[in-house]
Design a protein around this ligand. Structure first.
Ligand code: ADP
Ligand code: ZN
Ligand code: MG
Length: 477
């Protein structure tokens, strides 16, 4: 029997507002434990939460960017559970009336486009962090993170493969980064994912019983955990056994999932509307302003790049991977309009250097002006491609202008016929044996001569001219 996986993701995104969602404490990461706290986020009795408007706007941006309908009235609810990292004894979340519903995101796997529907996006506050001392039987709690704004994006069970799940997650990361509402970093926990997965016989419409997978903090782990789970569940089903509904943890070291808690131990959260917070009303003007603040999103930008610049879809995809890279490309093309050439140099040379140095385009020392200058110098025959790459590397590390470097280091190509002729003649004169070989039909020796001329000119000879001059001399007499 062949099975098909049914997968739905619940994704948490930490919003990078300056202050927390219900108090003015800083959300800055890495401060000494419990220094970014106040009576509100510590859950002291008698305090009142005050909603951070920026957090709502960030959440609205994500909702609009993922084609959701915004609920013009939405309500915060208390979700009760007991845990030492949750001082209030409840999380402030949204339940019956979330911020937004019914959206979608398009993903592409192996050239196949699929639309993944979004069930809802709601806002909530984050919990603190427990730190377990390995050497002693104690745990510490750090409440700096408590009250950091989160959104939870709940997908419909529309995902069918681990690759699609990973691609959907990456799309979410790309969008939150475009919107500049989150770092979207899985390893650091600003993007977190729980995956629900069940199997069904191919062709069947109804869903099977699902397991919920937690504790995956990289795209790879999500994919690995889902792959393992497909193997585990299909083995059980083929054995005629039943899948039990449960929450499972991914064991990174072993690459397997194991049961954390069953349905019986599932929480009863006793949700009810938070009496301390009035409903949020999203009026027309506010919605209009937030809509107007949205940037061009990845899908539209990619299509426009193909249309406006005539570059291949693949290039457009790479160049629009981040909004900063996309604007870098556009700034270059504004100064130097041969878009495909710019694209090649960015994709092959610049991205290689950025990756190698683990650096971001936003802090890149090669300005669009320098890039356009460099490509113009190559076009004009002042320098060769090869020297161009060397200069790019130098600017990448030290900054500066290609023109100045060419002048300062005397790198311009020797295109002067009489100067080059003299060198070519000398090389031919000094290597009679090789000349003999060439004239006996070993045309490959040409490479040797070109190499010699390049050595004499420290790589600066115009290669086309060298070839012409050599041919004339070697074939001529
Ligand atoms: P629960 O009541 O257990 O929280 P929900 O219906 O709220 O379940 O769905 C939670 C997540 O699980 C959603 O992302 C949804 O798409 C996904 N999901 C629901 N049912 C299934 C299923 N049978 N198989 C896989 N995923 C599912
Ligand atoms: Zn606080
Ligand atoms: Mg649910």
């Amino acid at each position: 029997m062949e099975f098909e996986a049914v997968i739905g993701l619940e994704v948490h995104v930490q919003l990078k507002t300056k202050s927390k969602i219900f108090c003015s404490c800083s959300t800055e990461f890495g401060a000494p434990p419990n220094t970014h706290t106040c009576p509100v986020c510590l859950g002291m009795p008698g305090v009142l939460p005050v909603l951070n408007k920026k957090a709502v706007e960030y959440a609205m941006k994500m909702a609009l960017a993922t084609n959701c309908r915004i609920n013009r009235t939405n309500v915060f609810a208390r979700k009760h559970y007991f845990y030492p990292d949750l001082p209030k004894g409840y999380q402030i979340s949204q339940y019956e009336l979330p911020l937004a519903e019914n959206g979608w995101i398009d993903v592409e796997v192996d050239g196949k486009k699929r639309r993944i529907r979004i069930n809802r996006i709601h806002m909530e506050d984050d919990a603190g962090k427990l730190i377990h001392d390995e050497s002693r039987p104690v745990s510490y709690v750090d409440l700096n993170r408590t009250g950091t704004p989160l959104i939870e994006i709940v997908s419909e069970p529309d995902i069918r493969t681990p690759e699609e799940a990973s691609s959907y997650l990456k799309k979410i990361r790309q969008i939150v980064r475009y919107l500049k509402i989150s770092d979207g970093n899985m390893e650091e926990g600003s993007l977190r994912c729980d995956a629900n997965i069940s199997l069904r016989p191919k062709g069947q419409e109804g869903f099977g019983t699902k397991a919920e997978l937690k504790n995956m903090n990289s795209f790879k782990h999500v994919q690995k955990a889902l792959e393992y789970e497909i193997r585990r569940q299909s083995a059980l089903l083929l054995d005629g056994k039943e899948i039990v509904q449960e929450t499972r943890l991914f064991d990174v070291a072993k690459g397997v999932t194991h049961s954390m808690r069953g349905k019986e131990e599932a929480h009863d959260y006793r949700y009810f509307p938070d009496p301390d917070l009035v409903p949020i009303r999203v009026h027309d003007d506010w919605l209009k302003d937030v809509k107007a603040s949205l940037p061009e999103l990845p899908d539209e930008k990619r299509e426009r790049f193909v249309k406006d610049y005539g570059i291949p879809v693949y290039d457009a995809g790479v160049l629009t991977e981040s909004i900063d890279l996309a604007s870098y490309f556009e700034s270059c093309v504004e100064l130097y309009p041969k878009a495909k050439k710019v694209s090649n140099w960015i994709m092959v040379e610049l991205l290689r250097l950025l990756k190698q140095e683990n650096q971001d385009i936003s802090s890149c020392k090669v300005t669009p002006k320098a890039m356009s200058e460099l490509l113009t110098l190559i076009d004009d025959g002042v320098i060769s491609n090869k020297i161009g790459k060397k200069i790019l590397e130098e600017i990448f590390h030290k900054g500066g202008s290609p023109k100045e470097i060419v002048e300062r280091e005397g790198l311009s190509q020797v295109s002067d016929v009489s100067e080059l002729s003299a060198i070519v003649e000398k090389v031919v004169r000094d290597n009679p044996k090789e000349v003999k070989k060439y004239r006996a039909g070993k045309k490959k020796v040409m490479g040797f001569f070109v190499g010699q001329v390049m050595r004499e000119t420290r790589g600066k000879a115009n290669p086309k001219l060298v070839n012409e001059l050599l041919l004339k001399l070697l074939e001529g007499s």
